[in-house]
Design a binder for this molecule. Sequence first.
Ligand SMILES: [Zn+2]
Ligand SMILES: [Zn+2]
Length: 194
Amino acid sequence: MNEVALWWIGTGNVDPELLAGVRAHVQKIFRLPARLEIPAIRPDEAFDARRKQHSSRLILQWLASNRPRGAARLIGLTDADLFIPVLTFVFGEAQLKGPAAVVSTARLAGAGLPGEAARLPIRLRTEVIHELGHTFGLLHCRSPRCAMARSASLRDVDAKQPDLCETCRALFLENVDEIGEPHEQEEHADPAGR
Ligand SMILES: [Zn+2]
Ligand SMILES: [Zn+2]
């Protein structure tokens, strides 16, 4: 079953409309059934007390091992600030052609500047499409408006549409038949702030 599961695994409260909007968007863009859940468990072991951030790599491992039956892909959505060891932070990370991805709202909400919070829903949709795209085997795209374009900053995120360009869509459609059997476990981090 080619279902996509979305899990809220954040530490704080979340606007249910924000999550419902993301779920509907995933379903529309990938044309796959998507379900939203708030599990009782959290990847507590991913917290790095020294950095006061969560390891996106450990979250991916945790998601992959807790993936519900019937879900070909599982994307975790969190308000925890994510890092990989060599970078200050990441917007998200995904297993290339693998089952798991994660996106954080922590940096997408901006620095509390006026008007920034209003951009969160569209930014979150864009980055969720981006990370799920990696799980479907898509690499970074050179079209700056495509959701698969690399984003190093919020400005880059804002330049993108929350959708795939024609080239990426065609690649996705080629890959989608195989998505029931994720195999590779290579991680693909999305650096930000450099
Ligand atoms: Zn593209
Ligand atoms: Zn990426």
